[in-house]
Design a protein around this ligand. Sequence first.
Ligand code: PLP
Length: 399
Amino acid sequence: MNPSEPVRPSFATLCVHGSGGVDPQTGAVSTPIYQSSTFAFRTAEEGAAIFAGQREGYFYTRLGNPTQAAFEREMAFLESGEAALATSSGMAATSIAVLGLVQSGDNLLASRTLYGGTHKLFCTLLPRFGVEVRYVDAADPAGVRAAADGRTRLLFIETPANPTLQILDLRTCSAAARALGIPLLVDNTFATPYYQRPLELGADVVIHSATKYIGGHGDTVAGVLVGRADFIRTARFELLRDLGGVISPFNAWLLLRGLKTLPVRMDRHSSNALEIAQFLNFHPKVARVWYPGLRTHPQHEIALRQMRGFGGMVAFELKGGRSGGVTLLNSVKLLTLAVSLGDCDTLIEHPASMTHSTYSPEQMAEVGITEGLVRLSVGIEGVDDLIADLDQALARVPD
Ligand code: PLP
């Protein structure tokens, strides 16, 4: 290493100090919440110059706010991107990123296993505006190439995918996108930048539902996208400005607070999830377990190559199908029956009737979302308590 090159601090250090540290004006150690919708100009000329984009400066919170900027700076560092844009939700981040790249008559390529809300945006809303979505097996570069034409504008993937934890090889997907001259957009919500940094593996844009592990406490709905500075600038001044999915300063502050403990929480989510996956793997009422950290996971080798840890999400299929799942969900005592994920509390849900009910039965069958599939977002509680609760609930599931 060249001794004059700045040494990149460790990820954990960036999580604690990346937002800029102590406030130079007041000495505040915690980033101040700038709970202000508007910012005064010193002169009329300054206001006009800021509006015209000739001078940097805050003027209206829909287009930027110092607390939001601190979060964006930190997310850009953590994802190894040039810039970031925080939004009011993960869906706002996805819709802004996609709408910034397509127009009527265009099409986009998407992997088949996606969060149900993203899938609904692609299947229902985008076609209403003349944008076609072509589902592809993103692991197959020849198939991706064959699905594209001169109006293909992007490739969108999720890895690990919600809810079946399918893993896609990011280098393969980015090579396929590059060969077509289109950007690769990756929803990195499940992995977080602690475990996976798609931009370092050739992706162009990273999207998060920051509602999940970034916030980490189940108290905020928010999103963020990270990418090149010109892409983020367009997203802010041409999309966010008009669509209005802005994050509140308070929510941006909650995310900054969440980021400080991200590596600590993720290590605990991950070690708890591995123990639970191993417990379920040998349980007689469980037909199959999906967890990228298990050697039996079909893409375990890819996960080992591109992820630094396997995360807190586990999916499993009950032999008892839908009725087995209903009994299990109604029998847990410590686990919380709720959607969302990435909270400190362990959450349990049924994708076919909840998060992925936007899929048709045929689409569900295609991606392996069965009636007996149960999804766990493993929290940071004591793992023995979680296993004991699952064990007593599974005992109630009929054989
Ligand atoms: N991406 C993934 C992988 C998700 O699981 C979710 C929500 O569950 C979203 C995006 C959408 O995020 P939000 O609910 O913050 O809009």
